[in-house]
Design a binder for this molecule. Structure first.
Ligand SMILES: [Fe+2]
Ligand SMILES: [Fe+2]
Length: 316
């Protein structure tokens, strides 16, 4: 598995959805579990640009190869979120994507700012910060690709399977970049290997945690991976990450599933109640109203809609 940044820059583009049979989406059923996962995955794809804001202030971004990758990666991820949203809309679940994204961001609160500062400060304190970040990138991209594979398997929905297969191709390229970059950083660098292992065991969390709470993360893990096939999927991720220098035998994904199983063991409806009760609507924000954080105040606040101005309005 090799990766060429020059080739990636040339070939990076918006997700190709030509030929996706959107008109057939409603012909096949999706279970509550499928719908729960789709909402979760869409929200996390749509969160990538905020995640990027945390990365751009770090030491890792002194590397122009990394920033070139991030510029393309962020654009590709945008279209993953858009198309997962479209899948749900075509299925008949109505929401405005931009409203949903704004609402999730408004709900992040001060924790988001604290996390941004701590990532920035940490990156300048640890000279091998890039090793940690690149390894986390590799795990998360591989976990995402694996999650899409599991959802394809669970849903057996042909249009969703087609869309997810297209998205997964991007995720595999993202994984190749992170994995190769992490390996490069770690080879022959004992200090980086030690700090990487130490930090992964302490700070790594499954994709989406932070935007989603523990029960939501567990609901997704239990639906997708709490069976022999799912478990084997997660073991393969740990094995692959364990092949990076200094990370032999590391267990992250399998441990996360075990922890989810423990929680559901203590409380049998844990996670499943979210799926059963169709809890994928975004709750009203705890901290501040959406309008305070966006430029789109008028409709929501009951003001008369502003007249569109300028060239964009003329096109509309
Ligand atoms: Fe993605
Ligand atoms: Fe990705």
């Amino acid at each position: 598995m090799s990766f060429s940044i020059d080739r990636y820059k040339e070939e990076s583009r918006k997700l190709d959805i030509s030929g996706v049979r959107w008109e057939d989406v409603r012909k096949y059923p999706l279970s509550k579990g499928d719908l729960f996962c789709l909402h979760y995955m869409m929200d996390i794809e749509n969160h990538v640009s905020l995640y990027l804001s945390h990365l751009l202030v770090t030491r890792a971004c002194m590397d122009p190869i990394l920033t070139a990758f991030l510029a393309c990666w962020n654009y590709e991820e945008l279209w993953h979120g858009e198309n997962l949203g479209r899948m749900l809309n075509e299925y008949g679940i109505e929401f405005d994507t931009q409203d949903r994204i704004a609402q999730i961001r408004a709900g992040l609160g001060v924790q988001n700012t604290i996390s941004l500062f701590s990532t920035m400060a940490g990156s300048w304190m640890f000279k091998d910060f890039s090793a940690i970040y690149l390894t986390i990138g590799a795990i998360n991209e591989l976990a995402t690709a694996t999650g899409y594979g599991a959802l394809s398997r669970k849903s057996q929905h042909p249009v969703l399977q087609d869309l997810l297969a297209r998205i997964t191709k991007d995720e595999r390229r993202h994984f190749a970049f992170y994995y190769n970059s992490a390996k490069e950083w770690l080879v022959g660098n004992r200090a980086a290997q030690r700090i990487d292992r130490f930090m992964l065991n302490r700070v790594w969390v499954p994709v989406g945690k932070g935007v989603k709470n523990q029960e939501e993360v567990d609901a997704l893990a239990l639906y997708l991976f709490d069976d022999p096939e799912g478990e084997a999927d997660l073991e393969r991720i740990d094995e692959k990450i364990g092949k990076l220098p200094g990370l032999e035998g590391i267990r992250l994904m399998t441990k996360a599933l075990e922890a989810a199983r423990e929680r559901v063991g203590r409380r049998p409806d844990w996670g499943w109640r979210l799926i059963e009760n169709e809890e994928w609507a975004v709750r009203p924000t705890r901290y501040r109203p959406v309008a305070e954080l966006t430029t789109r105040r008028s409709a929501r606040e009951g003001f008369a809609a502003l007249e569109p101005e300028g060239a964009m309005a003329a096109d509309a």
